[in-house]
Design a protein around this ligand. Sequence first.
Ligand SMILES: Cc1ncc(COP(=O)(O)O)c(C=O)c1O
Length: 295
Amino acid sequence: VESPTYPGMLAIARASGLRPVPVPVDADGVRPELLADAFRASGARVFVCQPLFQNPTGAVLAPARRAEVLRIAREAGAFVVEDDFVRRLAHADAGELPPPLAADDPDGVVVHVSSLTKATSPSFRVCALAARGPALERLRAIQVVDTFFVPRPLQEAALELVGSPAWPRHLRSLTAELKTRRDAMTGALRHRLPELALPHIPSGGYHLWLRLPDGAHESALATAALRAGVALTPGRPYFSAEPPAAHVRLSFAAVAGTAEITEGVRRLRAACDEVLGPGRENGSTPPPGVATLLP
Ligand SMILES: Cc1ncc(COP(=O)(O)O)c(C=O)c1O
């Protein structure tokens, strides 16, 4: 697995009796040379990869690494599960997105997974699996004993939704709103919490991944933030082994708008003062309740 990665993926792996082996991710996605080492050392037969807007880092797998990852997996006799979970949540300034890895895979090494939930609702549980060859046959066989089929009303609702003229409009407004919220959050963080490192500003997805100063305790910060009315996610569960540093993940999905984001960051400043010691805001302090965003 990538490290860090989505804790739900780690939970699924462990529940299936598998042992997740961490392979570090940097600003260009998973590091191919370390992936090759991990395959050699572990004999793993599957690699779960999020090439686009990786959760939690937001990294996009660099063009030169895409073929490398596929070659390394193929040579190890392994499959790549491509978790393409936020393709529809690109920000308005993301530019052209790279195609799925599965598009460059002629021989069925990649199993591509995507779902409608992120662009619609968490309870709209419709997903798509795309695979070729023996992997597809095995997945078909498992489905017969697993889900059997997606309920018909849900299938009808999904088809009606994605086939309606409102669907592309919805996706356009989603990407515009996500960009606005990301900019509001990054601006407020730079202004109020300069000591939190934001190594990568993503152009897709609905959260930011921040590194805490050395020695800071992410769970203490999460508790203090909650007391101040801000829910954040500690970084530890995203690592399948010892993390290199303390992190937190801040989501901008479940808010009413940008005013809540700037207010949330203001409260997070208070929580950080309590846990990390008083910090220094950039520029002058805005009056309480007035949101100031940097460009
Ligand atoms: C990387 C990643 N994959 C998969 C999922 C699950 O997606 P779904 O809501 O479609 O079950 C999530 C949910 O947050 C995720 O972050």
